[in-house]
Design a protein around this ligand. Structure first.
Ligand code: AMP
Length: 550
């Protein structure tokens, strides 16, 4: 952390550290009776209030102390979005330990690697993950005990897991008399590993200060726009970049919280949206595909759902259009990454856009958007020189700000910053108004005859075809051009469409030479642990592919 010079005249304001515990204290005091509703792993619906959550978090904080957990110790969770997970968010970080959320969709070996790398002291897990924990528990070198997040009657009679305890026993046997400690706001609060598509995953270690600042900024009207009148259902998992900060920003604003648990299929989500009058939600495009298919097939309409933030990968314009035109749901396109806590940009209109014709407004909204206050960004060429904000020139996207990492946990990968800026690995344009548009991940860009072809545009066009469910575009070897685009398509159920029809669909929509050379059909695209299409897996699958033009 760099030091800055001190002024001879310092401000005379209270020096109160920005701590995560202050969020749950605030939610209890000012929104104490507002609800947290969870679909439990056990299948039923659980309801309680912010006051109850705060009380049980304090009991859990005492439990952690009784287990010997100290400041800075890492405590892991393998859990869905639910009230017990939220209690841990506050009990662990609030008491000064570090909340380490692990993605349960990873392979058991990867989970053990991450738990050992983080030197986790305890590991909390949901009932669902009992077999998974049994598969890797013996390989965890630092974990002193495992805690199953369930009622006593769900505990297994026999298990291979060493020192297994019951969450509810721990809560019940501890007092709720607990004073959240005050400490330096730069102390580590939580740890989240990147998906690690290349090499081992690396840890982003957030601080109390970065988390509280991110919570303030992300709740603002042109960001997530959460208020005490909302009912918020985070579909994005609490094990993926802290559910985009919603476990902090929702209690901070006093909105009702609705947790879907493990039931992320279209029907379960729709039912919960309706029962709990959900107004706002957030998630990656692949999850919304399932919900939209269910709602469409059953001719349903949402009665309260008004707004959703979609990010994590590019939101296809066709999906935005369906939400807006068929269901009257506003889509806010957002971009960010694990290393950014995660929020960087959101796409919303400004007053000077309001007079524009609808197509031009839509074009603005389809971009990943403008930086939220606190995030600074720029695009540079391969030579590191800054490129113009003209909406056309694309370059490597660099960011900086108080909730962006300065280095990875344990300094993995060494010095990652370039002149104080974090290289995102994304390629983007920025227009004169500051709206950023991702053209690709730098490793996914197709390099054709010395020029770059961004795959997101090609995929968005394919997904706007009425018979296409999902599409991914990759570069495959071409003897003359080095690489040319191959479009990999999943058709909508029962749909028939030919490669010629799809290639023709690109006519007039992009430069001719960007048009995919070929189309191949598959039953499904490989999806990774955070719900994103795995391009490297598709490239591997088609690495011997012979293009008809080759
Ligand atoms: P993760 O750290 O797993 O959240 O992945 C971050 C990466 O996801 C970013 O660097 C982008 O490549 C991609 N990403 C996130 N949001 C978007 C978006 N709205 N459009 C395109 N790519 C995105």
């Amino acid at each position: 952390m760099s030091e800055f010079p001190k002024s001879p005249l310092m401000g005379q304001m209270m020096n109160q550290p920005l701590l995560i515990s202050s969020i749950i204290k605030h939610a209890d005091r000012y929104y104490g009776s507002n609800e947290i509703v969870s679909r439990r792993v056990e299948g039923d619906i659980h309801r309680y209030t912010y006051r109850d959550c705060h009380k049980r978090s304090r009991q859990m904080a005492n439990a952690l102390a009784s287990l010997g957990v100290k400041m800075g110790d890492r405590v892991a969770t393998l859990a869905w979005n639910g009230y017990r997970h939220l209690e841990l968010y506050y009990a662990i970080s609030g008491s000064g330990a570090v909340m380490h959320t692990i993605n349960p969709r990873l392979h058991p070996e990867q989970i053990a690697y991450i738990a050992n790398h983080a030197e986790d002291q305890y590991l909390f897990f949901d009932l669902t993950f009992l077999p998974l924990v049994e598969a890797f528990a013996a390989h965890c070198k630092t974990v002193k005990g495992f805690i199953m997040m369930c009622d006593r009657d769900r505990m297994p009679a026999e298990t291979k897991i060493p020192n297994l305890q019951c969450y509810e026993d721990l809560v019940a046997s501890n007092s709720d008399q607990y004073e959240w400690p005050l400490f330096d706001e730069n102390s580590a609060s939580s740890l989240c590993y990147t998906s690690g598509t290349t090499g081992n995953p690396k840890g982003a270690l957030y601080s109390h200060r970065s988390t509280v600042l991110h919570s303030y900024a992300s709740a603002m009207p042109d960001a997530l726009n959460v208020s005490a009148r909302d009912s918020v259902l985070p579909v994005v998992p609490m094990f993926h970049v802290n559910a985009w900060g919603l476990p902090y920003s929702v209690p901070l604003t006093g909105a009702k919280m609705v947790f879907p648990g493990p039931a992320l299929d279209g029907k379960s989500l729709f039912d919960l949206f309706e029962q709990e009058k959900v107004t706002f939600s957030a998630g990656v495009p692949t999850v919304w595909l399932g919900l939209l298919t269910y709602v469409g097939q059953n001719n349903l309409q949402f009665s309260s759902f008004k707004r959703t933030v979609i990010g994590g990968s590019a939101c296809p314009p066709a999906m935005m259009k369906t939400f807006r035109e068929k269901y009257n749901v506003e889509v806010v396109h957002a971009w960010g990454m694990t290393e950014m806590s995660p929020l960087g940009t959101t796409g919303t209109l400004q007053s000077h856009h309001l007079g524009l014709p609808p197509e031009q407004q839509t074009a603005v909204l389809e971009k990943q958007g403008h930086a939220i206050f606190g995030v600074d960004m720029k695009i540079v060429g391969d030579d590191g020189k800054e490129l113009p904000w003209d909406g056309k020139t694309y370059g490597n996207l660099l960011v900086r700000g108080p909730w962006i990492i300065s280095s990875y946990f344990k300094n993995e990968g060494g010095d990652v910053l370039e002149d104080g800026w974090f290289p995102t690995g994304d390629v983007a344009t920025i227009d004169p108004d500051g709206y950023m548009q991702i053209t690709d991940r730098s490793k996914d860009v197709i390099k054709s005859g010395g020029e770059w072809i961004g795959t997101i545009d090609l995929e968005n066009i394919a997904m706007a075809h009425p018979l296409v469910q999902q599409a991914a575009c990759i570069g495959v070897f071409h003897p003359k051009w080095d690489e040319r685009p191959l479009l990999v398509v999943v058709k909508k159920p029962g749909a028939e469409v030919t490669k010629e029809e799809l290639i023709q669909f690109y006519d007039g929509k992009i430069a001719k030479w960007w048009t995919p050379d070929d189309v191949t059909f598959v039953d499904a695209l490989p999806i990774g642990a955070t719900g994103k299409v795995l391009k490297n897996r598709i490239r591997e699958q088609f690495k011997e592919y012979k293009l008809p033009t080759a």
